[in-house]
Write a protein that binds this ligand. Structure first.
Ligand code: SGN
Ligand code: CA
Length: 527
């Protein structure tokens, strides 16, 4: 077992170069997993959406040009800690214990980092860890406290004996600094696996100083479904609390700190939250910040937007801040790639770019995630693998439970029997194996909780999606037991619920059978 890993048969010579295959030297590949927090595929220019054109991401695109861009990559449970648990274990939420945001992770489950470590890899994680357990299976870590702060955040490491220490600077850059520190200090004779987990662009979207004015004059297009009335849906879509119009706050989310003591804004969610973040800043950061948001406040006072105009005004400000955070993320991806190039690491390192889930950029009127609808169920995924296909797109159904098996496969380690995910390596040549999965399972559990999205599970194939919302009556909401069925080809915005329609009976029955199969085979215990 031990000997398999360090002899992963990776030819140093490009497999598709057509030149004589004279290289016989083998060396295990390094792995870099870059995962941002809440980064929507809509805002990566390589994905080709309107927002990406207005706010390009040249460095993430650079990676796409070197590798495979997945258009049908999904999570199992669209929330941070559950996604991180899927990543580390290759298991669904009910199997790894992390169903909701807080406690849950079953630490008796093996993390793939532990397996790599046992097989001679040097392992590291930097940035957002978020799970309520120590990073397991890492030689080096520098992780943020909880969600982490954007400005002058606290990190803990082995050197600080697990104590959080405040660091001067901006989280996205500090996280990259630590990634580079690990790369510099590592033993160059051993392969490595490095997880770079950016906190950005998580709420409340606080941009780096130098980008505080970026996109100031850009008008972002409203998504087609911004005014969705959820007419054919289950109640879950109506009773959520993640509408830009109603739940995005002026003070905390949109930085109008001048309003924090003024009714009704003083009653908003986290009206003190922004002040706490500002109090952490040094005078220079604070001054740059105040100057930038003064302009926004003046615009607000002058326009006094109400009703639909207010919703649209909020959308524009939200997009600006979110995309400014992405700009730094993209710069820092560039800095990491430059380092790898300079140090001749590009040809023996697999680089992955993904997010812990997708995010709503105003689709259905929303921000946040959680739902099984496309924008949050999907996640960006780009894999650059030396010697495999370059600059191609893939539309196979892949999911975040596949990362652990993929990384073990790259290291030449056989996947443990219990892992439910599947290695993505066979897809990287641009061909789909005949037995590749035809259905994906999804399950969201975190209710009641912020944003009030009801529990649901469901299945998706390449064209259809079945969602089942469930839950008893409680002090907040009525009981729910309701289904939705969408034809994603005819209705990509998922506004036309086909559940119960006679013409779709066969499709509905087929998806229901698949959903029942998942529940049974994977031993799901609630729905
Ligand atoms: C925080 C955010 C929520 C967000 C969750 C989960 N509120 O609670 O808006 O849905 O995190 O996000 S905030 O006021 O604290 O910003 S996750 O990415 O960690 O799952
Ligand atoms: Ca997240």
């Amino acid at each position: 077992f031990q000997s398999m890993s360090l002899m992963a048969p990776v030819l140093l010579l490009s497999a598709c170069s057509g030149t004589k295959e004279k290289a016989t030297e083998t060396k295990p590949l390094n792995i870099i997993h870059i995962m941002t927090d809440d980064h929507s595929f809509q805002t990566i220019s390589a994905y080709g959406h309107a927002l990406g054109k207005l706010a390009p991401t040249p460095n993430i695109d650079r990676l796409a040009a070197r590798g495979v861009l997945f258009r049908q990559a999904f999570v199992e449970n669209s929330l941070s800690t559950p996604s991180r648990a899927c990543l580390m274990t290759g298991l669904y939420s009910h199997q790894n214990g992390q169903r909701q945001l807080g406690k849950g992770i079953d630490t008796t489950k093996v993390f793939f980092s532990e397996i790599l470590q046992q097989h001679g890899y040097q392992t590291a994680v930097v940035g957002k860890w978020h799970m309520q357990c120590e990073p397991k299976g890492f030689d080096y870590y520098q992780v943020l406290w909880d969600q982490g702060e954007y400005y002058n955040p606290e990190f803990k490491s082995k050197e600080t004996n697990g104590e959080y220490v405040k660091r001067e600077g901006y989280a996205t850059k500090l996280t990259t600094d630590y990634a580079l520190e690990f790369l510099e200090k590592r033993d160059p004779n051993k392969p490595f696996c490095l997880l770079v987990h950016q906190k950005a662009p998580h709420r409340n979207w606080m941009p780096e100083e130098k980008y505080l004015h970026l996109y100031e004059d850009v008008e972002f297009p409203l998504p087609e479904t911004f005014d969705d009335d959820y007419a054919t849906r289950c109640d879950a879509a109506r009773t959520q609390e993640m509408r830009i119009a109603d739940h995005m706050t002026l003070v905390y989310d949109l930085k109008l700190n001048e309003l924090k003591d003024t009714p009704p804004y003083n009653k908003e969610w986290s009206s003190q939250g922004l002040q706490n973040s500002l109090d952490r800043m040094n005078p220079q950061q604070r001054e740059a910040w105040e100057t930038a948001y003064k302009t926004r406040h003046e615009d607000f006072k002058q326009k006094q937007p109400q009703g639909k105009d207010l919703a649209k005004w909020k959308y524009q400000q939200y997009l600006k801040d979110y995309l400014r955070c992405i700009k730094t993320v993209d710069d820092e991806v560039g800095r990491l790639l430059d380092y790898l190039e300079k140090n001749n690491l590009m040809e023996n390192t697999v680089i992955v770019y993904t997010s812990d889930q997708g995010f709503y950029m105003g689709e259905h009127g929303w921000f946040d995630k959680r739902f099984m609808y496309e924008e949050s169920f999907r996640t960006p995924l780009i894999i650059s693998y030396p010697g495999k296909a370059k600059g191609i797109e893939n539309t196979d159904l892949v999911q975040n439970i596949d990362y652990a098996p993929t990384y073990l496969d790259i290291a030449g380690i056989e996947k443990p029997e219990y892992m439910v995910g599947t290695s993505l390596v066979p897809l990287l040549d641009g061909k789909t194996p005949a037995d590749w999965r035809k259905y994906l399972y999804y399950h969201y559990y975190d209710y009641p909780a912020i944003h009030m999205v009801r529990r649901h599970d469901g299945v998706r194939d390449k064209q259809y999606k079945l969602i089942h919302f469930y839950g008893d009556k409680d002090e907040h909401r009525e009981a729910i037991n309701c289904n939705e069925l969408y034809d994603l080809q005819a209705d990509p915005n998922e506004q036309n619920n086909l559940y119960g329609k006679a013409e779709y009976k066969d499709v509905q029955d087929r998806l229901q059978q698949q959903l029942d199969r998942f529940r049974q085979e994977q031993q799901v215990d609630e729905w």
